[in-house]
Design a protein around this ligand. Structure first.
Ligand code: ATP
Length: 495
């Protein structure tokens, strides 16, 4: 909540403040909190309730319903310091008397001691907005959404005749709260309530449902997707350097870091061979930093929204801002902006899109960590690599022998096998040149082979799968080699 900022506007003597928000309840709460903290009496007006002084005992009608001009005149004549909260005055602004009296309020001499706050769901006409100081309450922050979830759960418990339960560990609860970012408090409460009531339990299975509901609510732009990221750094084999770098910046968005004199981290570019875990890294960062992971597919913007691509990109970036703190993952960035260096290719569209992205990266002040992944450097516009765009550019190479052992362990364990029962040295040696994805595939194929033979899976099954695989590093030897040579000296090794 932001009562402090509103308090300041009231204290500095602004006569009319406008608060335009879709979240009316939250708007009311902010105004009430500011009035209370300033020790000022609060009067509220709506077309249905008229003007009332809000006291703990509530309220006698000072002006009956429907009489907006009379209510505004009451404000104009008020002699004592007070805050007046008027809802939906915009709907009455077709009446010249209303506009006149708002002007009078605005131009009233300095003897004025009250403040008028216009709380608007739909919006004020521009000629009236000009008379006001706009106050943006922003989106509910983490603490408010945390409270919404707890309150909605308590209400559900009190109201339901059935037993309502919650099964969420701390991390899942935090993810749930994070996933509500970008919704108003009312919308968040509705989404959580629906998730509780479908099976009387609030648990991890509700996370995807909540994210889906939210996506529907926000309108599917088709270019920003919320990804569930339930991974740990231990789920990635190798990439020690990158993990260390990310670990160091974990608290980088906190106020403590600001006070310490640190700038918040902005983002990284991950270049590398396909299937070596770049996408996995984006998921691990989001999970480890407790932020929602938003995946942007700029390619979709070209294909799906012909003629609107730039607007869609801006809209998607705005949406990411409304959900901050967040990790914004741009997958295969080279595909989206491939022709940015040659304006003729698409009439300059990707160049303009790329420009929009670059200036956003430079200028935005939101706690958004950008992870861009790319497989093909030859298509990347050189401006993207310029110093200062990303905090660091990492190259994710094929895993080393040691890392391949680790990756085999991870995937065997994930499929309920004890790695100690396997000859990891032999597996790692046989899988030289394999990517993490290919190692995973070999484990899966080995398990299938064992399953169809009614046997338990052993080293031999996986070795056989390895022997039957032609790894990418062989199939695309030149490309991989070229990528490695290019990365040397230009990128920081992820491992
Ligand atoms: P692409 O460019 O094709 O998207 P990528 O580099 O982003 O590839 P991922 O999508 O992260 O690779 O990898 C695919 C899958 O392979 C992962 O979900 C994971 O299961 C497995 N994998 C890849 N690298 C590793 C690794 N280092 N440790 C553990 N698993 C890995």
């Amino acid at each position: 909540m932001k009562p402090d900022a509103l308090k300041l506007l009231i204290e500095s003597g602004n006569p009319v403040i406008s608060l335009e928000t879709a979240d009316e309840l939250r708007g009311e709460r902010v105004v009430r909190a500011a009035a209370e903290q300033l020790g000022l009496p609060l009067f509220e007006w709506s077309v249905t309730d008229g003007l009332r002084k809000m006291t703990p005992q509530l309220s006698q009608h000072l002006v009956p319903p429907n009489k907006v001009v009379q209510a505004l005149t009451y404000v104009k004549d008020a002699k004592d310091p007070a805050v007046f909260l008027f809802k939906d005055v915009g709907a009455h602004c077709k009446d010249p008397q209303v506009v006149r009296i708002l002007r009078d309020l605005y131009y009233k001499p300095d003897s004025r001691v009250w403040t008028l706050v216009l709380l608007e769901g739909i919006g004020l006409p521009p000629e009236v907005r000009r008379l006001t100081v706009p106050f943006d309450i922003g989106w509910p922050d983490y603490a408010e959404l945390d409270e919404v979830v707890r309150q909605t759960f308590t209400n559900a418990r009190l109201r339901s005749l059935r037993k309502i339960e919650a099964h969420l560990n701390k991390r899942q609860f935090e993810q749930l709260v994070q996933s509500l970012r970008g919704l108003t408090t009312e919308e968040a409460a509705r989404v959580v309530s629906a998730a509780i009531h479908d099976d009387d339990v609030l648990d991890a299975a509700d996370l995807p449902k909540i994210i889906d509901a939210k996506r529907n609510r926000l309108g599917t732009l088709g270019c920003l997707e919320t990804i569930i990221a339930d991974f740990n750094p231990e789920d990635i084999g190798g990439l020690h350097n990158l993990k260390r770098w990310l670990g160091l910046r974990r608290g980088g968005f906190s106020t403590k870091a600001r006070e310490f004199g640190l700038d918040p981290p902005r983002g990284i570019l991950l270049l590398g061979v396909q299937g070596c875990g770049k996408s996995l890294c984006a998921k691990v960062v989001a999970a480890g930093w407790n932020m929602p992971l938003l995946r942007m597919d700029p390619g979709v913007m070209y294909q799906k929204f012909v003629g609107e691509s730039e607007a869609r990109l801006r809209e998607a970036l705005g949406q990411a801002e409304s959900m901050a703190p967040a990790v914004l993952w741009i997958d295969e960035i080279e595909k989206a902006f491939a022709s940015a260096h040659s304006p003729s290719a698409d009439g300059g569209l990707s160049q303009r899109m790329f420009g929009t992205l670059l200036s956003w990266m430079q200028d935005h002040r939101h706690p958004i960590f950008l992870i861009a992944t790319a497989n093909n450097i030859s298509q990347l516009p050189p401006e993207l690599m310029r110093k200062g765009r990303f905090d660091e550019v990492f190259f994710v190479d094929l895993p080393s022998d040691q890392d391949r052992r680790g990756i085999f362990s991870i995937h065997l364990e994930r499929r309920r096998r004890d790695p100690a029962q396997f000859d990891l040295t032999a597996l790692a040696a046989a899988a030289e040149g394999f990517t993490g994805a290919e190692i995973e595939e070999a484990v899966v194929t080995g398990l299938y082979a064992a399953f169809s033979n009614n046997a338990d899976c052993g080293t031999e099954h996986v070795l056989e799968a390895i022997r039957q695989t032609q790894p990418l590093s062989v199939l695309m030897h030149e490309d991989v080699q070229q990528l490695r040579t290019w990365a040397q000296g230009r990128c920081v090794p992820a491992d």
